[in-house]
Design a protein around this ligand. Structure first.
Ligand code: ZEM
Length: 290
């Protein structure tokens, strides 16, 4: 007799519908927990996905979204990651309900879901990230320093493999969320609608008058007219530098162009360091209101 019928190990192979179920769960929790901050965990979830990915170094291939090493000290304790515990904790019940998904895939799915639910563009998603242990934690200093200018911003994002246009497109995420003194020392939102993705970041950069805020905190700008909005010195880099500014003007003039480029560049960011194969499938999730 041959070996036909020998038991094959049964592995659960998640499909599109399974990832959509995780998306739906995150979207449901986003709606339920509108007590947080400006009314949404969305911005801090986007920031978690960005900080998980933005540690990538293209020369060494280290860092990036494959690993979720921010679960561990020292990376969880890096100054840049202050406050992201809120995002990681928010996703814990989702991980408990869907234990088959890796933290690395889940954190990125959290960012994708938040962008779509905050009225942003569709963000195509490919799973395939595997969690790594603390020996893969990245060194401190790979994420941008808000107090610096164009030169530093380029150094940081070129290291990840982005060009000038892509850097400006990514920065449009600052339409979302705010700075918190207890996290970064900085204070305030960039736009009047911090839980809706728009091209307002670019419009405000160009259209408002910005002055140094007089306060005890780190050097930041406030808008002259309402004094309720803010810009970091690193945000100002995008209008100080001629090359950056051209792209700011392009996105300020056309939200559709911004959405298209933002979607493309955020997919690139979220996939840094992930070893995909030709077989990797791409999913486009339905929003909760579709
Ligand atoms: Zn941010 N960012 N960021 N960023 N960021 C903050 C908040 C948020 C910079 C930065 O120093 C800061 C990108 C690029 C850059 C978001 C997304 C993305 C805060 C405030 C600082 C200081 C943190 C706090 O106090 O809680 C710098 C210097 C950047 C590059 C030049 C990119 C790229 C992003 C995504 C694609 C988001 C969504 C927030 C809001 C978080 C929240 O909790 O509201």
């Amino acid at each position: 007799y041959t070996q036909y019928g020998a038991a094959e190990p049964k592995v659960f192979k998640p499909e599109f519908k399974d990832y959509q179920a995780v998306y739906n769960e995150i979207a449901k929790l986003l709606q339920e927990h509108d007590e947080y901050d400006d009314g949404s965990y969305g911005p801090v979830l986007v920031r978690l996905a960005w900080h998980a990915s933005g540690t990538y170094d293209k020369e060494s291939g280290t860092g990036g979204s494959n690993g979720a090493t921010m679960r561990f000290a020292p990376e969880s304790q890096h100054g840049a990651n202050a406050g992201l515990i809120n995002a990681r904790n928010f996703l814990e019940p989702v991980k408990a309900k869907f234990p088959w998904i890796s933290y690395s895939d889940l954190w990125i799915l959290g960012g994708v879901c938040s962008i779509q639910e905050m009225m942003g563009p569709k963000i195509p998603y490919r799973p395939g990230r595997a969690d790594r242990d603390m020996s893969s934690c990245t060194p401190d200093g790979r994420l941008p320093d808000a107090s610096q200018g164009p030169r530093h911003v380029r150094d940081i994002f070129y290291r990840m493999g982005f060009n000038d246009q892509e850097i400006v497109a990514l920065a449009g995420a600052h339409a979302l969320g705010r700075c918190h003194t207890q996290n970064s020392g900085f204070d305030g939102p960039w736009t009047f609608s911090p839980t809706v993705l728009t091209n307002d970041y670019y419009k405000l950069l160009l259209g408002s008058k910005w002055q140094w805020r007089k306060w005890d905190g780190p050097k930041q700008y406030e808008d002259k007219e309402t004094k309720t909005l803010m810009m970091l010195p690193a945000d100002m880099a995008f209008i100080e530098d001629k090359e950056f500014k051209k792209t700011v003007e392009k996105y300020a003039a056309d939200n559709d162009v911004f959405f298209k480029d933002f979607s493309a560049v955020i997919v690139k960011l979220f996939e840094l360091g992930v070893p995909y194969t030709e077989k990797s499938e791409t999913f486009v999730f339905k929003n909760s209101d579709e």
